[in-house]
Unconditional design. Structure first.
Length: 329
């Protein structure tokens, strides 16, 4: 029988799907191209199919496990996956799956409320959301300048960035950020500067010519490392927002309707500073993905990247919320 992957299945609207699965004492895996759960009956293993195209949610209760391949297929089919206690409650962790990024945050609601309250106080005002986006972009540039100039790790690996040229580029970019009238202008400036940073990093790492490709469309080592490393930054971004209790949908730069947009906003704070130069260094040195990932994680930890993200969110929330008009009684 021919294997059928989740990508070959026709999508059914979630509102029209019929199934919610709650599973206990079993393993969820991919068998013959299908997502199945396996139960034990004596010496026998019994395999039961999960019709993922017609499933909204899979809840994994006590005594369950799931393979990476099964999670991947569930994500492709848009199935929500959650870990829970006996009988389906309480929900310990859950996520709506995404083909791009899927996070599995803890479901505790006993998180701070002050930052969310500050965030929503300004978020519904276009001019204040723009002010928050500007704040993020300036913090990103300051982090970039500091790390490229002072990082011992980059120097030890032979990364020789032209600091005067970098300083001029950052000064020009800060002026453009201050003059930006809308988010589109900010994103345009971000793209312009990033192209220049690719050029500087490629030269500093002695990598050679480079052209940025869309995710998954290039076998060039630097492109692959950039994609890989960016996901590390997205993970930290998701963590920072979750810790502070700010929903991932309340983006200030990457669009109000983009799924998980705030995660991308936060990740941008450290991507250019840490991920970008290491991608070119690792590509030039012929590192494996594991070596590249280890270098990134060590630097992210050593530079306290997560703390920086959290502090930036807190500062932005506190500062911009004060600019919001007073609420009517």
């Amino acid at each position: 029988m021919q294997d059928i992957s989740a990508g070959d299945l026709k999508s059914i609207l979630h509102s029209k799907r019929a199934n919610i699965y709650y599973l206990e004492h079993c393993r969820v895996l991919v068998n013959g191209g299908r997502v199945e759960y396996v139960t034990e009956r004596g010496k026998e293993s019994l395999y039961w199919n999960i019709p993922i195209a017609n499933t909204t949610t899979v809840l994994l209760g006590t005594g369950t496990s799931v393979t990476q391949a099964a999670v991947r297929e569930l994500a492709k089919a848009g199935v929500m996956l959650g870990f829970c206690g006996g009988g389906g409650t309480p929900l310990f962790a859950g996520t709506e799956q995404s083909l791009e990024v899927a996070w599995l945050p803890g479901q505790s609601e006993y998180r701070p409320t002050e930052y969310l309250q500050q965030w929503v106080r300004f978020w519904f005002h276009d001019d204040l959301r723009l002010a928050a986006a500007r704040s993020f972009q300036v913090a990103r540039l300051d982090r970039l300048s500091s790390h490229w100039a002072r990082s011992k790790s980059l120097k030890d690996q032979g990364f020789e960035a032209p600091l005067e040229e970098l300083s001029n580029l950052i000064a020009t970019s800060k002026a453009a950020i201050g003059a930006a009238r809308d988010v589109t202008a900010l994103l345009t400036e971000e793209g312009r500067l990033t192209k220049q940073l690719y050029r500087l990093a490629s030269q500093a790492a002695k990598y050679g010519d480079f052209t940025r490709a869309k995710r998954g469309e290039s076998h060039d080592a630097a492109n692959q490392f950039l994609d890989h490393g960016n996901y590390l930054a997205y993970g930290l971004g998701a963590t920072a927002a979750w810790v502070l209790g700010v929903p991932h949908s309340l983006a200030v730069l990457h669009g109000k309707t983009r799924r998980g947009g705030l995660v991308f906003d936060i990740a941008d704070l450290i991507k250019d500073a840490v991920i970008l130069p290491q991608a070119f260094l690792s590509a030039a040195k012929g590192h494996s993905e594991q070596e590249f990932r280890q270098a990134c994680t060590e630097t992210l930890t050593r530079t306290e990247a997560l703390d920086f993200m959290i502090d930036t969110i807190k500062l932005t929330a506190a500062t911009v919320s004060k600019m919001a008009p007073a609420e009517k009684e």
